[in-house]
Design a protein around this ligand. Sequence first.
Ligand code: SF4
Ligand code: SF4
Length: 97
Amino acid sequence: MSELNNQNEEVISNERFDTYPASKRKDRLFVIDRMRCKGCSICVSVCPYDALFMSKKKSTNGFIYPIENGACKACKKCLYACPDFALSIHKVEEVNK
Ligand code: SF4
Ligand code: SF4
C-alpha cells in the first residue's frame, strides 16, 4: 500500500513495515518495523528534528508505533535508542536491488 505523507512524500506500507523517504537527498529510506515496536516512544523523544510522532491506532501486536512526518535527516539517533531494534535506515539502491 502506498500513500502520501504531509510532505507529499510516498510512504510504502505492508503488513509489517512502513517505509519513508529519509534525508535531504532522498537517497535513504527510513523503515519502521511495526512487529518489533513496543510503543515506548523513546524514538520520538530522542529525535533532534521532531521527525516522529506516535500513531493513534495500534499495530496488530497491540502497540502504538512511530510515524515519520517528512523531517527525518537520517541521523540514526532513534535507531540506536530503540530498545527493540524496530527502526532502520537503508540506501535506496540497496532496497531496490
Ligand atoms: S534518523 Fe534521526 S532524524 Fe530520522 S527520525 Fe531518527 S532521530 Fe529523527
Ligand atoms: S523506540 Fe522502538 S519500540 Fe519504542 S516506540 Fe520507537 S520504534 Fe517503537
